[in-house]
Ligand binder design. Structure first.
Ligand SMILES: NC(=O)C1=CN([C@@H]2O[C@H](COP(=O)(O)OP(=O)(O)OC[C@H]3O[C@@H](n4cnc5c(N)ncnc54)[C@H](O)[C@@H]3O)[C@@H](O)[C@H]2O)C=CC1
Ligand SMILES: O=C(O)[C@@H]1CCC=N1
Length: 268
């Protein structure tokens, strides 16, 4: 692996990646530099992880074999002059995790550089992330392998063509938000049924985690596993009837599609 990683934006996702890349020894802390305008954020990252941090993005890019764009897509245009200046002097691998920003925009900012567009998610923070990667026109198999190694530090990785990255964003990128609401609502239901809050939350979390593991480990279709819980005239079918009356399937399908559409909008 290259010895220098430059992370532009040391927020939630930047920190998740830094933390795991260091703990898995994929990069030494001293080989990582973070560019972030927030002095308090920089101090936190330096104190917690031992990385270098500066408000000078140009310095970060100039010393990086791999540059990670982990800033909000709305401010990417502010960084373009710094990237363009660097691109005339050096060639690095640009990895972008920004929602919506297409490869064509990224590649225009760093002419000639290999670029890999990625979409991770917040479970990356605990090593249980899901990332999809899509190569740009100058990215070789070796560049893709470097991207895979970096994102494998925070969870599972799949490769998709770029035209599917916004769909990934709608599902696994934004999905932790949907699942967190489900866990919260399940716990609320438990409280409504008389359970103490802490126990209700524990039950909700372990039910979601256990069901995900069950689907993954048995490789059975979710409908079969649903049928196994559902006794004739029993409790589960009563609950499922309430969910269907509430339009849960339609709501989830629409949520993924709405988030995908929003990623499309962010990229225009
Ligand atoms: N939070 C999520 O669930 C996911 C976010 N993403 C993408 O990751 C990117 C970062 O998102 P978060 O980490 O959630 O955001 P965040 O708001 O936690 O972090 C963004 C960081 O960028 C810094 N920043 C602002 N202006 C800057 C500049 N000019 N130069 C360098 N740094 C600057 C901010 O101080 C902040 O620390 C976004 O593009 C988002 O679309 C991708 C997958 C999941
Ligand atoms: O809400 C967002 O825009 C980011 C991208 C995927 C998850 N969070």
């Amino acid at each position: 692996m290259p010895t220098q990683l430059g992370v532009l934006g040391g927020g939630v996702m930047g920190e998740a990646l830094i933390s795991r890349l260091i703990s898995l020894k994929i990069f030494a802390a001293e080989a990582i530099a973070v560019g972030d305008p927030s002095a308090s954020r920089r101090q936190f990252l330096v104190d917690t992880y031992g990385v270098q941090a500066t408000g000078d993005n140009r310095a970060v890019i100039a010393n990086a074999a791999v540059v990670m764009a982990a800033i909000k897509p709305q401010i990417f245009s502010k960084l373009v002059p710094d990237l363009q200046a660097a691109a005339s002097q050096q060639t690095s691998l640009l990895l972008s995790i920004m929602a919506g920003t297409p490869l064509v925009t990224l590649e225009a900012a760093v002419p000639g550089w290999p670029v890999v567009r990625a979409m991770p998610n917040t479970p990356a923070t605990v090593g249980a992330g899901m990332t999809a990667i899509a190569p740009g026109q100058h990215a070789t198999a070796d560049h893709l392998a470097q991207a895979r190694t970096i994102f494998a530090a925070v969870g599972d990785v799949v490769e998709v063509p770029e035209n599917l990255i916004n769909a990934v964003t709608g599902l696994s990128g934004s999905g932790p938000g949907y699942v967190a609401i489900m866990i919260e609502a399940l716990a609320d239901g438990g409280v409504a049924a008389g359970l103490p809050r802490a126990i209700a939350l524990q039950l909700a979390i372990q039910t979601v985690r256990g069901t995900a593991t069950l689907v993954q480990d048995t490789d059975l279709h979710p409908a079969i596993l649903k049928d196994r819980v559902t006794s004739p005239g029993g409790t589960t079918i009563a609950g499922i009837a309430a969910l269907e009356a509430g339009g849960i399937r339609t709501a989830l399908i629409r949520a993924v599609k709405a988030a995908c559409d929003r990623a499309d909008e962010l990229g225009t």
